[in-house]
Design a protein around this ligand. Structure first.
Ligand code: PLP
Length: 353
């Protein structure tokens, strides 16, 4: 069945080994599973490869992992919604937080479930997504957290690059370390964890710039693309071909390259520039924007060009006399491509062991 997402498990596990060896000084290195929707076949492989620290933005994914493997440690990455606190406390050992109203509800849920829920307070160091601002009154914020009976403040963390494109530096992470020390000294508490970010922080390690106090990272992208997320450099020794798309040709014809008739907008309301290269061979593949945007896929064969796609059809220029209807074409994928293809229920997930 096509289209399918081929998933090379051996290479994924080799990337896990690589990362665990490189970052053996961290207390915790979370494997973030959201890009592949915590696909349970992949989780099985990771679990049997001794991965125990899993993080995800969606409670539905964390629930899947926790129900199957109760001895895992699970972190909820996205700030919890008020409407999901019961499930967060039930399935996640820990969550990232920045809102007192939410922490209060997590505390209520934890009391009901007779549990202690751990939280990491997110500090916004400039990326302008989640977190209390680095120069806000974080001391009184923490004081209020400490009043909750069933919440344990275990540390502080930050997230950069994902929204504001901010690149983490030694200075940004040192800022986090200063804040942690200030909270500890002022409130006379211990905060064992400083969570120094995601795959964009990894480059600091390879430049020997990772501050020693950073003892926790939450990484997804780098495990599946072998590419650090700050400067998009492929890491030597890692695999970057874990996920590949394979889709089937349903029409193959020689046609003009420029549409015939009066031109308006396409199905997505876009005005498209078409290049006129005369008659050429065009293949239509049975996959479309409902599954993945064509910007996020790259044919493995260098002589194939992606022309565009509608909801269900991907249109390629291919060499004449090389393919037939029913053949399949393979593509490498960006992180965004992996994310949307994993989410599409129309795409078969093909685990290759
Ligand atoms: C808060 C948080 N931490 C970590 C990650 C993992 O990021 P990456 O996949 O770039 O390593 C994400 C995004 O997935 C996130 O939102």
């Amino acid at each position: 069945m096509y289209p399918r997402l081929n998933i090379n498990i051996k290479h994924l596990l080799a990337n896990v080994d690589f990362m665990y060896q490189e970052f053996d000084y961290l207390d915790e290195l979370y494997v973030v599973t959201k890009a592949y929707c915590a696909n349970i076949d992949i989780i099985d492989e990771l679990y049997h490869h001794n991965v125990r620290y899993f993080a995800d933005s969606r409670i539905a994914n964390i629930k899947k992992i926790k129900e199957k493997y109760p001895d895992t440690h699970t972190l909820h990455l996205r700030l919890p919604m008020h409407s999901e606190v019961d499930e967060i406390v039930k399935y996640a050992n820990r969550s990232l937080n920045s809102e007192l109203s939410t922490i209060k509800l997590l505390n209520d849920a934890a009391i009901k479930q007779n549990k202690t829920h751990e939280i990491i307070l997110m500090i916004d160091v400039g990326d302008l997504r989640e977190g209390i601002m680095y120069d806000s009154d974080y001391i009184s914020f923490c004081q209020k957290i400490l009043e909750f009976s069933n919440i344990k403040l275990v540390g502080i963390g930050t997230n950069v690059t994902c929204y504001g494109s901010v690149i983490p530096t030694k200075e940004t992470l040192n800022l986090l370390i200063d804040i942690k020390k200030d909270i500890e000294n002022t409130l006379n508490i211990e905060l064992p964890i400083i969570s120094g970010g995601n795959s964009s922080s990894v480059y600091l390690h390879f430049e020997n710039e990772m501050p020693a106090e950073i003892n926790n990272l939450r990484c997804g992208d780098i495990f599946i693309t072998g590419t650090e997320a700050a400067y998009l450099k492929q890491i030597k020794g890692m695999y970057y071909d874990i996920f590949q798309l394979e889709a089937e040709i349903i029409e193959l014809k020689n046609k003009p390259s420029y549409p015939i008739g009066k031109l308006g907008v396409n199905a997505f309301g876009e005005t498209v520039e078409y290049e006129d290269v005369g008659i050429h061979t065009r293949a239509i593949l049975a996959i479309g924007r409902q599954d993945v945007h064509f910007d996020n896929i790259q044919p493995l064969e260098k002589d194939i060009k992606v022309l565009g796609s509608s909801s269900d059809h991907l249109i390629l220029e291919v060499p004449s006399n090389k393919y037939q209807v029913g053949d399949t074409i393979k593509f490498s994928l960006s992180y965004g491509g992996i994310l949307s293809l994993s989410t599409s229920e129309y795409v078969k997930k093909n685990i290759i062991k």
